[in-house]
Design a protein around this ligand. Structure first.
Ligand code: F6R
Length: 611
């Protein structure tokens, strides 16, 4: 949901660093992109469209400056035009600002500034910031103090970076939107009052680590209410009162190559193929030597009497599955869409509220977790992102360890979420036959690999890529998989797709089923659930719908199916991961056949930091 970057200390390379960083942040939004460089003056280049449009503009424009900021936009206020692209400036041209978040009170501030004679060039909420900075500078404030004065006026969420003519520094403020500093070897903290200068080393700033991971793995996560100044002498972080804050320097646990495509046509395909490794990483060191128990320090003392899950989108589907795992152990568990959590019943007794969030920055999920804390519950983040807001704000964090996911549509992180939720249930609840459950998890990486090596999904996709709509059905653990299969299909193909609990078809959706609507049925095992789902498959088959069975072959669903996508035999909760891989591939190849923008689907952004 917008990506921002800043860089000092790279002299002539600043522009290249900014544009490269923006290309790594494009998953956060790709409506427009822009950069501003500063020394004695501030120069800006920005354009609507993807980063290549900005590159084309930069080929025909010269902009100079030793320090700089950049932005890639996902539109909230105003359409994706050149004028609405960031950076935004003030009336003098001496200030440029990039912003991620939403300024809720921007209209009243804007009205006031316009009445005072300020001229606005865009429809954005962001533009009030440079004009507020301009006023503070005109009153004699230093740039850092001017930014403080400006953000003091703001209500809402913001990660802001600003440059000011005449100061080779980047000024930064954070509230409710992620920001992280990247430190080259030698980029050291300094207290503005004591700094005397020193070797110039690069310091970076970004919404997310991939933006500068090619240059450094040393990072400092900024917290809400903090400010930072990056300059030739290093960096300073201060609190709202201007008091220096001592920050911990973390090391990122993944390599720069993990943010490249490694020869795959799309990040999504690469990430689908990374699932065996992601699953191994999730499980590594978390099961005792005998494979009989989960051994995760942070789960040691947790034995919740009830669990509430909150999440959005794909993570919500994982959360539905997580609640099923708990209910099977006899512990009451419910799942809520994070954006609807306000209407949820309060957590009872010693309940745990678990936010499932890949990014750890989804505004709806953060807000639900804060509400849960307000209601007195213990909270946990199941997340992929170390240092994310969810991880820092919750009482506990369980990392899914999937590695960076760049494709906007979640793929490997869903598999890793399911694995991590199994670990969570195994570590905190009386799971039946834990040794078998753990063995099922341990088999998964190899089974996913075998399935990837031998899937018929691309042929199935080709056969049905012109269909009018797609339906997905499943029961039990396969129900969240059906929902996820449909979400993936609509996100990247732009076609109508719906997921249903298999038993619900006959209660209405069957009216939509025709010979132009393939039905993907996930059927696992040979028990009652499978038998009933096969019954539902017969109902759609009788209406001439093409049926694609995703199955381990233990039921007789193949008799009623036009196509079969096989998965190996395993426990139902592990089968969900495998069935989902087949459905991911079908969506991917359908989208590819249709020529869609797979890694950057229209209107979407990976990290949704507005409510
Ligand atoms: C779908 C997708 C989204 C996210 C949702 C929550 O492919 O990626 O539906 O799952 O926006 O994001 P996180 O997990 O970061 O909270």
């Amino acid at each position: 949901m917008c990506g921002i970057i800043g860089c000092v200390g790279r002299a002539d390379e600043t522009l290249d660093v900014l544009v490269h960083g923006l290309s790594k942040l494009e998953y956060r939004g790709y409506d427009s992109a822009g950069v501003a460089l500063a020394d004695d003056t501030v120069s800006v280049a920005k354009r609507s469209g993807e980063i290549d449009e900005l590159r084309a503009l930069l080929d025909e424009t010269t902009i100079d400056g030793a320090v700089g900021i950049g932005h890639t936009r996902w539109s909230t206020h105003g359409p994706p035009t050149d004028a609405n692209a960031h950076p935004h400036g003030d009336c003098t041209g001496d200030v440029a600002v990039v912003h991620n978040g939403i300024i809720e009170n921007y209209q009243s501030i804007r009205d006031e500034l316009v009445a005072d004679g300020h001229e606005f060039a865009s429809d954005t909420d962001t533009e009030v910031i440079p004009h507020l900075v301009e006023d503070a500078l005109a009153d004699g404030a230093e740039p850092m103090a001017a930014l403080r004065r400006a953000v003091d006026r703001l209500e809402g969420s913001y990660a802001v970076a600003a440059v000011v003519a005449g100061t080779e520094a980047v000024f930064v403020a954070r509230n409710d939107s992620p920001l992280v500093l990247g430190l080259d070897e030698g980029s050291e903290p300094h207290d503005e009052s004591t700094a005397t200068g020193g070797a110039t080393r690069a310091t970076y700033l970004a919404s997310d680590v991939p933006a500068f991971r090619d240059y450094t793995d040393r990072v400092v996560y900024l917290a809400d209410g903090e400010f930072a100044r990056l300059d030739a002498e290093g960096w300073t972080v201060t609190d709202g009162d201007g008091t220096p804050v001592e920050k911990e320097i973390d090391t990122v646990a993944w390599d720069a190559e993990e943010t490249g495509k490694s020869g795959y046509d799309h990040f999504m395909l690469k990430e689908i193929h990374e699932q065996p490794r992601a699953l191994r990483q999730c499980l590594r060191g978390r099961v005792d030597e005998l494979g009989a128990a989960v051994d995760i320090e942070d789960l040691g003392d947790l034995s919740p009497t009830g669990v509430q899950f909150v999440a959005c989108g794909t993570s919500y589907h994982a959360a539905l599955y997580g609640a099923q795992l708990y209910r099977r152990t006899g512990i009451p568990a419910q799942t809520f869409l994070a954006s609807e959590y306000a209407t949820a019943p309060p957590p009872i007794g010693d309940a745990l509220v678990v936010g499932v969030t890949q990014s750890g920055e989804t505004a709806d999920t953060l807000s639900a977790l804060r509400e849960a804390r307000h209601r007195g519950a213990r909270t946990m983040a199941v997340t992929n992102t170390v240092g994310s807001t969810a991880a820092r704000e919750c009482d506990h964090a369980l990392y899914i360890r999937a590695g960076p996911e760049i494709g906007v549509a979640a793929s490997k992180t869903f598999a890793s979420q399911l694995a991590a939720l199994n670990l969570l249930a195994l570590g905190t609840a009386p799971v039946d036959r834990p040794r078998e459950a753990i063995a099922g998890l341990r088999d998964l990486p190899g089974q996913v690999q075998a399935l990837l090596d031998d899937s018929r999904a691309s042929a199935v996709a080709e056969q049905y890529q012109d269909a009018g709509a797609y339906f997905f059905v499943g029961r039990g653990h396969q129900y969240p998989v059906a929902l996820e299969g449909a979400l993936k299909m609509k996100e990247i193909t732009y076609k109508h797709a719906e997921g249903f609990a298999a038993g619900e078809l006959k209660h209405g959706p069957l009216a939509l089923v025709t010979d132009d609507t393939p039905v993907f049925a996930v059927v696992v095992g040979d028990g009652e659930q499978a038998r009933k789902t096969v019954g539902n498959v017969k109902e759609v088959e009788a209406r001439d719908a093409p049926v694609v069975a995703v199955t381990d072959g233990r039921s007789d669903v193949e008799r009623y199916a036009d196509e079969v996508l096989e998965i190996p035999e395993t426990r139902p909760e592990a089968a969900a991961v495998l069935a989902n891989v087949q459905l991911q591939l079908v969506s991917y190849y359908t989208a590819k056949g249709l020529g869609r923008s797979i890694d950057k689907p229209r209107n979407l952004a990976k990290s949704v930091t507005v409510e």
